[in-house]
Design a protein around this ligand. Structure first.
Ligand SMILES: Cc1cc2nc3c(=O)[nH]c(=O)nc-3n(C[C@H](O)[C@H](O)[C@H](O)COP(=O)(O)O)c2cc1C
Length: 197
């Protein structure tokens, strides 16, 4: 079975990044993947220290990353780049976590620009050898793209949104689907190579 994990780089209650990632993850599940959600707003992850390998929840979080065949990474746009929350998590990750792992990118802006955030995420995931799919999602003016709905508290923050922008919903679901499909393909090819050896 293919596993896809989403990583939310916003700690904000009522995060639009968290909401969008849920759509991507649901689409990955519909495409046949097992899913997992790492909400960086709900973990204990001290500032990365290069002299200390394991801190807080990092051993458990890295285990979940290594088990995943695909990762959908979402970050809010902070000062034209990704959030420190995303980067702190990413600094714990290495080749081991991204080995043969397909990655998909999502960036959420309060204003109008998300391109540099997606580019920076693509570059830094390349730095740990993640295989980033070409399809990516940028959401601008996020507050206009979602509507609050009665919460089932699946996000743990008492807030739940649904997309009111259909093309964006479809684009976000496509991201989850693409990551699941590419991850399954890669897993199949790995299995074939191993069988050949
Ligand atoms: C420190 C900080 C920096 C930000 N910088 C930008 C920015 O450069 N461009 C922009 O469009 N929005 C910026 N924003 C707004 C966020 O992108 C926006 O609030 C977004 O919805 C946050 O994602 P979230 O809802 O998942 O927390 C910034 C917000 C914060 C807190």
């Amino acid at each position: 079975m293919t596993t896809v994990v989403a990583v939310c780089g916003s700690r904000r209650d009522g995060s639009y990044t968290r909401a969008a990632l849920r759509y991507a993850l649901d689409a990955a599940a519909e495409a046949g993947a097992d899913t997992d959600f790492i909400d960086l707003g709900a973990v204990d992850l001290p500032l990365y220290h290069p002299d200390i390998d394991e801190q807080g929840d990092s051993p458990e979080l890295m285990r979940r990353m290594r088990e995943a065949d695909g990762v959908v990474v979402g970050s809010p746009v902070y000062h034209g780049s990704y959030s420190s929350t995303f980067k702190n998590f990413h600094d714990y990750c290495s080749f081991d976590e991204y080995e043969n792992t397909v990655a998909g990118l999502l960036a959420v802006a309060g204003g109008g620009s998300y391109g540099s955030t997606l580019d920076h995420m693509r570059i830094t995931i390349r730095g740990v050898h993640g295989l980033v799919v070409p399809h990516q999602v940028g959401i601008r003016s996020a507050y206009e793209k979602f509507e609050e709905i009665p919460s089932t508290d699946r996000n743990g923050d008492g807030v739940e949104y649904e997309f009111v922008d259909e093309p964006l919903r479809e684009r976000t679901e496509k991201l989850g689907r693409k990551v699941a499909e590419h991850a399954a393909l890669l897993r199949g090819k790995e299995a074939a190579v191993e069988a050949d050896d």
